[in-house]
Design a protein around this ligand. Structure first.
Ligand SMILES: [Zn+2]
Length: 351
């Protein structure tokens, strides 16, 4: 009779999206697995780089600033401006049309960049006050844009490092303000509604209560936020930062929550920096659509949803199985990832 030498892995299902993830820790022992935890960029960055488009603004003029914080021509710390190469552009009108079986519409909207003043002010190393200022700028711009024509959903993202698709090294966030509801957001909204109908409870409330009780996947907690590695983590060290109270709208948070979110981001990104040698990562904020008209989504489903931040280190690459099935193979159990991150110290800050 055949003897199996390897223990079985696990398939884990996300209770909201119903997506499966294959936990295959044995795969991290295969010969090419040293790609995981390979140091990427641990050399300290300079405060200013002459050839950086977001440092040398005299040589690389950007679009005019739409806001600066603090609002001072000389002493600002962060500024926001339209992307020079926008994926979405503002327009006074926009058109939708059909072509045979296909549907299309103009790419109206806004594509903004939030950049720090200095090159070495990445969140993992920056002062917490600066991160809170970044969040304040993002929320101010979010509120400015949410009533504009063609803006029905706003995606806040940050790409850090080459493997995460960052073409500019200088710390920056991007805001994509778009007319359509992304399928991933629709899936989350309808998934939480489906969960509520089935269990008569809010999915994120149940998840957070369970995680706070079990503690094994918690990375960091403060009064307002809980950071944890989700049960069905799609990539090693995936971490979510979730508000402790149910709220679908990121843009509605007040100054105290902003400070607390800044602390949670600094903790998680700092621990990733120390533990995984400054890995490339993407993070994004999932919030309910800002569409007042109900054009893209019936607002009745928002009540079950809770906004949150998802941080995905880019230390593995997708191959055919992931692309063909949408089932990611994750080689690090989220419980192990969280235990590892909890132990990490924060890097020393730049002045
Ligand atoms: Zn720079």
């Amino acid at each position: 009779m055949k003897q199996f030498s390897h223990p079985l892995g696990q398939l884990r299902q996300d209770p909201i999206t119903d997506k499966w993830v294959a936990m295959a820790t044995e795969r991290s022992k295969r010969p090419d697995a040293e790609t995981i935890l390979k140091p990427t960029n641990i050399a300290p960055l300079p405060r200013y780089k002459d050839d950086c488009p977001f440092c040398n603004l005299a040589h690389y003029p950007q679009e005019p600033d739409v806001l600066r914080l603090p609002d001072d021509p000389h002493h600002w710390q962060v500024h926001m401006f339209a992307n020079k190469y926008p994926a979405f552009k503002p327009s006074k009108e926009f058109h939708a049309w059909n072509e045979g079986p296909y549907r299309a519409l103009d790419s109206v909207g806004y594509h903004d960049i939030l950049a720090t003043k200095y090159h070495n002010q990445d969140e993992a190393l920056a002062d917490r006050k600066l991160i809170a200022l970044e969040l304040e700028a993002i929320i101010l711009r979010y509120r400015q844009l949410q009533g504009e024509l063609g803006v029905n959903y706003i995606q806040v993202i940050k790409n850090h490092g080459k493997e995460a698709g960052a073409s500019v090294e200088h710390p920056h966030h991007q805001l994509f303000s778009i007319p359509v509801l992304p399928a991933d957001i629709a899936e989350l909204l309808h998934g939480t509604e489906r969960f509520a109908k089935k269990h008569n409870e809010k999915a994120f409330t149940v998840i957070l209560e369970y995680e706070k009780r079990e503690k094994k996947r918690i990375v960091f907690e403060n009064e307002y936020f809980t950071a944890f590695c989700p049960f069905a983590s799609r990539v090693p060290y995936e971490t979510w930062i979730m508000p402790n109270t149910s709220n679908p709208f990121f843009e509605s948070i007040g100054p105290e929550e902003r400070e607390a979110l800044a602390e949670a981001l600094q903790q998680v990104l700092g621990k990733l920096y120390t533990g995984l040698n400054n890995p490339s990562y993407n993070y994004y904020i999932h919030s309910a659509p800002c569409d007042e008209s109900g054009f893209v989504c019936d607002k009745s489903v928002f009540g079950h949803f809770r906004w949150h931040v998802s941080i995905l280190p880019r230390i593995t690459t997708w191959a055919g199985f992931e692309l063909g099935t949408g089932i990611e193979i994750n080689t690090v159990l989220p419980e192990d990832a969280a235990a590892f991150l909890r132990e990490q110290h924060l890097p020393s800050q730049h002045s």
